[in-house]
Structures are given as structure tokens and as C-alpha cells.
Design a protein around this ligand. Structure first.
Ligand SMILES: [Zn+2]
Length: 122
């Protein structure tokens, strides 16, 4: 039996940060390229006053001056929170999709050409 109201559907199938921010579109995440030495990009919550701030990371390698995707993951507090809300199967599926979309929108060519380790948004 389905007792869910229609107006609850969208929120129920949306990813949420433990700070309360709903993230419906992977475009909403902020990505920050701070760690060239570690070849890592931080995925941040769109909420500036989020207490978690870092929700995940994307790792890459530099090959022939080109950045190549290595691995991406969200951190346990964020994943656990959403598994609790949506069920782990659903949460895992959506989060995987989000990681894929975030990775797709990165400028990989530019990443590979960054020289200094200066902090700059991607
Ligand atoms: Zn947050």
C-alpha cells in the first residue's frame, strides 16, 4: 500500500546533506581544487555554513600533462545520512550517479595543466 503524498516525493528521492541542504542536482555541489600534490579535488556542500563542508573527493592522476580520473567517493557521514533516509540501495545508486556527473563536468584538460599549487576553484 502506498501512503506517500505526492508533494513528499521529490524530497524523498533527493540527496540531503546532514546540515539539511537538499541536493537535487549534482550541479549544486561545489568542487575545490586545493591539493594538486595529492591529486585530489574536494566535493563541498553547496551550503556555505555547512558544518561538514567536505562531502567527498575525486582523485586523479597526471599522465602526459593530462588529468585522468582515478577514483571518487563520498565520505561516510554523508553516505550514512542518506542511506538512513532513502535506504542504502537507493542512496548508493543516486550518489554514484552524482559522482559521475561531477566528474563529467570537471575540466580535465585544464586540471592537467595547472602548475602552481595555489588554491583555486575548478
Ligand atoms: Zn551541508
Amino acid at each position: 500500500m502506498k501512503l506517500k503524498k505526492v508533494n513528499e516525493m521529490s524530497e524523498e528521492n533527493s540527496i540531503q546533506c546532514p546540515c539539511g541542504r537538499i541536493i537535487e542536482d549534482p550541479e549544486e555541489y561545489k568542487v575545490l581544487f586545493l591539493k594538486r600534490e595529492l591529486q585530489e579535488i574536494d566535493i563541498l556542500c553547496p551550503n556555505d555554513s555547512c558544518y561538514l563542508r567536505e562531502l567527498g573527493y575525486i582523485k586523479f592522476e597526471i599522465k602526459d600533462n593530462k588529468a585522468v580520473f582515478k577514483e571518487a567517493s563520498f565520505y561516510p557521514p554523508f553516505v550514512t545520512w542518506n542511506s538512513g533516509r532513502l535506504g542504502s540501495d537507493v542512496a548508493e545508486k543516486i550518489l554514484k550517479e552524482h559522482l559521475k556527473k561531477i566528474a563529467q563536468r570537471l575540466d580535465w584538460e585544464r586540471l592537467g595543466q595547472q602548475k602552481a599549487s595555489a588554491a583555486q576553484p575548478v
